[in-house]
Design a protein around this ligand. Structure first.
Ligand SMILES: N[C@@H](CCC(=O)N[C@@H](CS)C(=O)NCC(=O)O)C(=O)O
Length: 217
């Protein structure tokens, strides 16, 4: 059965692949699972039909037969559980890869996402400079810790896993800030993720949506 995911009809990131459908697309491409995409306007995301799938009126969602999921991490986890390739078979290695999935979304993403929100929506506030400095300090600490753990390895724990997939998508949100570039191993890690053929297919697919003539102008 071909799953259907949802994505922005017009992504505010202008095709840079920062919206969270990107990680779901990438996971599906990694495991070779074809998928359909239903594109949503910002208003459609808040209507009851979509809220039945996503209580918070957000993308991405995932529908496959009787199953409807929201939360990109849960969706990537489901894909990784249903197909080989994104989680190791050995039980302890699998548990560690899942720990990295949580670390990406629960420990590394929050300060990075807060920084993005502040940069996008709070630049006119009198306290912007102070707030940004404090958020960037928090991001720097996390990156430094992550860099120490990664060391010279290609991936966070052995072979590429769903943990790496999520971590790379989280770090990409810092593109242009120079923060990742302070750590050569993290820059190389992100580049390694972006060089994967499955990543490229997912990126091109979301970019094609942005470049397509829009029905809403
Ligand atoms: N924790 C959720 C966050 C989902 C999320 O924030 N989606 C964004 C796009 S990346 C969205 O729909 N934003 C519009 C909104 O919240 O109204 C996940 O990982 O799926």
């Amino acid at each position: 059965m071909i799953p259907t995911i949802t994505a922005f009809e017009r992504s505010p990131d202008r095709g840079r692949g920062l919206a969270r459908d990107m990680r779901v697309r990438w996971a599906l491409e990694e495991v070779g699972q074809p998928y359909d995409v239903r594109l949503l306007s910002f208003s459609a995301m808040k209507e009851s039909a979509h809220r039945a799938l996503s209580p918070f009126g957000q993308i991405p969602t995932y529908e496959e037969g009787d199953l409807a999921l929201f939360e990109s991490g849960a969706i990537v986890f489901h894909i990784a559980q249903c197909h080989p390739g994104l989680l190791p078979d050995e039980a302890n290695a699998r548990a560690r890869a899942i720990a990295w999935m949580f670390a990406a979304l629960n420990t590394v993403e929050p300060p990075i996402f807060d920084r993005s929100l502040t940069f996008l929506f709070e630049r006119d506030k009198p306290w912007y400079g102070e707030r940004m400095a404090s958020l960037e300090d928090r991001v720097r600490v996390r990156l430094s810790e992550l860099s120490s753990r990664l060391g010279e390895a290609d991936w966070l724990d052995g072979a590429f896993s769903a943990g790496d997939l999520l971590m790379v998508t989280v770090l990409r949100r810092l593109g242009g800030s120079g923060l990742v570039e302070n750590h050569a191993n993290l820059s190389a890690y992100v580049a390694r993720g972006e060089a994967r053929p499955a990543y490229k297919r997912a990126f091109d697919a979301q970019l094609a949506v942005f470049n397509a003539p829009s029905s809403t102008g």
